[in-house]
Design a protein around this ligand. Structure first.
Ligand SMILES: *Cc1c(COP(=O)(O)O)cnc(C)c1O
Length: 406
């Protein structure tokens, strides 16, 4: 790199806010394509399902190597539809992670079944298969692993459990489009997979949207019926479904963006590689734990989530916010401790790994358009904040305690 280039990176990195994600910048790069696609939908005046949605379904099925894809109104609805199509309801239990977005567990409750939490693995943030095995009861009908932050859950032990106990697997792949597990895509790692096109997901629409994938022909037929009120045509309803259709406008925008998804994913991965390299050279591994990749699997970094140890996370968060560096906590409160799930009777301390993660995680900017200059500013700010937080801790000799100075 020329010295001029280095200088310009340095000066750009010294100031100016860095957002956690910048969809305005993403849109600027594809504005023409999006406008053309949206225009075509308006010209057709066909706004619900239809050809655009069918094409998107084919393209995403091909992308994931799945036999069938079913568009719907949101990722949350995809989860609800998946459980409905598997006839899961009152009296049934579904095992899932307490460390995920709310919808994972709310969908289980919404169909009348009971969410049963199993603790997470501290390295992957995903379901710990041994904890899942311990949570299985005669009422268990399905396992609902989440590919959190864009890293696939450890599926092979879950497949074995599913076969042994006759369980379905519903993938929550909302954060994981394009991720792979041992060469297979998220979307073909279970009975049914659920995707979200919420704008901040790796493939985000211009509003809400969702999609399911499955290799099972009967489930495909059932899901396509359930999303239109159980209608089999000519207003004949053989079961009660939902109104959960994908809009043609969303499909048109998503088809444009799908063409860019691989490039964006590779840019996210390159950003993650840069964080990895720069943080690793600081010898901060005791205080700053970086996300890990598994060999043979592709992490798509919907979030780049580090752990800040020793109770310093909130200090580091405040420091970064004061410098206008975008960062966020996903997720601050594990689901077993949410007020609406009090009826499940859980206590703090029951899922220690999920609770520890909730107290330590911090997500940093990772979006494709971030660029080296802005990322350099994030890196410097994080390193300084972590070191500063460490200096403010006094270890009291001969006592198993630490306290903050001043
Ligand atoms: C975003 C998300 C959902 C829900 O998707 P919506 O489209 O917002 O309804 C479900 N699970 C996880 C893990 C998510 O990140």
């Amino acid at each position: 790199m020329s010295s001029e280039a280095i200088l310009s990176i340095r000066s750009a990195s010294r100031s100016g806010p860095v957002p956690l994600i910048d969809l305005v910048e993403q849109h600027a790069a594809i504005r023409g394509e999006v406008q053309q696609a949206v225009d075509a939908v308006f010209s057709s005046q066909k706004f619900v399902l239809g050809e655009e949605v069918t094409e998107l379904e084919h393209e995403i099925a091909a992308y994931c190597d799945a036999r069938h894809a079913i568009g719907c109104a949101s990722g949350t609805d995809a989860l609800i539809l998946a459980l409905m199509a598997l006839d899961i309801g009152p009296g049934d239990e579904v095992i899932t992670s307490p460390f995920t977005f709310f919808a994972t567990a709310s969908a289980i409750h919404r169909v009348g079944a009971r969410p049963v939490f199993a603790d997470i693995d501290p390295v992957s943030f995903n379901l710990d298969p041994e904890a899942v095995a311990a949570a299985i009861t005669p009422r268990t009908r399905a396992i609902l692993p989440v590919h959190l932050f864009g890293r696939c859950a450890e599926m092979e032990p879950l497949w074995r459990l599913a076969v042994r106990h006759g369980l379905a697997i519903v993938e929550d792949a909302a954060q994981a489009i394009g991720a792979t597990y041992r060469g297979r895509h998220a979307g073909v790692l279970g009975t049914i997979a659920c995707f979200s096109f919420f704008p901040t997901k790796n493939l985000g629409g211009a509003g809400d949207g969702g999609l399911l994938t499955t290799d099972d022909r009967d489930l495909d037929v059932r899901l396509k019926r359930l999303r239109v009120h159980g209608d089999i045509g000519r207003y004949e309803h053989i079961e009660v479904g939902l109104n959960s259709r994908l809009d043609a406008l969303q499909a048109a925008v998503l088809r444009v963006k799908l063409r860019h998804l691989e490039n964006w994913t590779e840019a996210r991965r390159a950003n993650a590689g840069r964080y990895q390299e720069r943080f690793a050279s600081e010898n901060l591994e005791e205080q700053l734990v970086l996300p890990a990749e598994q060999s043979g699997c592709r992490h798509v970094y919907n979030q780049y989530s580090v752990r800040i140890r020793d109770g310093h996370r909130d200090n580091v968060l405040a420091t970064l916010q004061s410098q206008q560096i975008g960062c966020a906590i996903y997720y601050a409160r594990p689901l077993h401790l949410q007020p609406c799930f009090a009826f499940l009777g859980h206590r703090a301390g029951e899922f220690p790994q999920a609770e520890a993660a909730a107290g330590e995680v911090l997500s940093l900017p990772i979006y494709a358009e971030l660029g080296e200059a802005r990322q350099e500013r994030v890196i410097t700010a994080v390193i300084d904040a972590v070191k500063e937080a460490g200096r403010r801790t006094i270890t009291i000799p001969f006592r198993d305690a630490t306290r903050k100075a001043a």
